[in-house]
Write a protein that binds this ligand. Sequence first.
Ligand SMILES: [Ca+2]
Ligand SMILES: [Ca+2]
Length: 221
Amino acid sequence: MYLVIVACLGAILWIPPLPATVITFEEAGLHLLDPLSTQLASLGVIFNISGGAALIGGPFVPPASSAVSGRYLMINTCHYLAQTCSGTPAVLTVYFVAPWDSTLPAYVDGSTISFDLWDTNDTPLPRVIVHAYDVAGGHLGTLNLLSEFVNNVTGFTGPVHRLVFVDHGADGHVVDNFRFGALTAVPEPASFLLVGAGLVLAGSYRRRAASSNNRARKLGS
Ligand SMILES: [Ca+2]
Ligand SMILES: [Ca+2]
């Protein structure tokens, strides 16, 4: 019985990582010029934009050697729909979350993250600055993107929970083929409470079993 309880607790704590994902922005349910936010939560990512707009783009042809293709994520520094410029940088945050519950944070190994980026405006440099953070808000590193387009941007390390793309230029930028490896969800507090209750139950069972054995030994002596 004790082993069964421990095995159940292990099953609760261990959430298996999910396989790698590539987001092409061609996913079902996405339409041209849709603002992007939580539509891809079932894949383990949600998007938040401030100081601009994050839209599904596609009508503009990228440079020939760019890996950007078809539809892509278009970050507009000026709000595309309102046609207004706030003068502040566009800040896109990509959060990794549990695909079955987007309120649960998740993280991926930073070395598994990559994407293709395209930004025609070279003023100011860097064209795009990307920061990585862990679940606790710790800063894991920064990448500065200097070229008109960069295929297969990599270089992140550590358990990345969110990426923050900052663009001070006037024309925004484009992200495509956003790839990341196995997602690991962070167990919610309720799981720890459940595990704690289970450990108390297991301890109580062991004490009762030991007490029964002692009584049996005394009766037999
Ligand atoms: Ca695409
Ligand atoms: Ca730009």
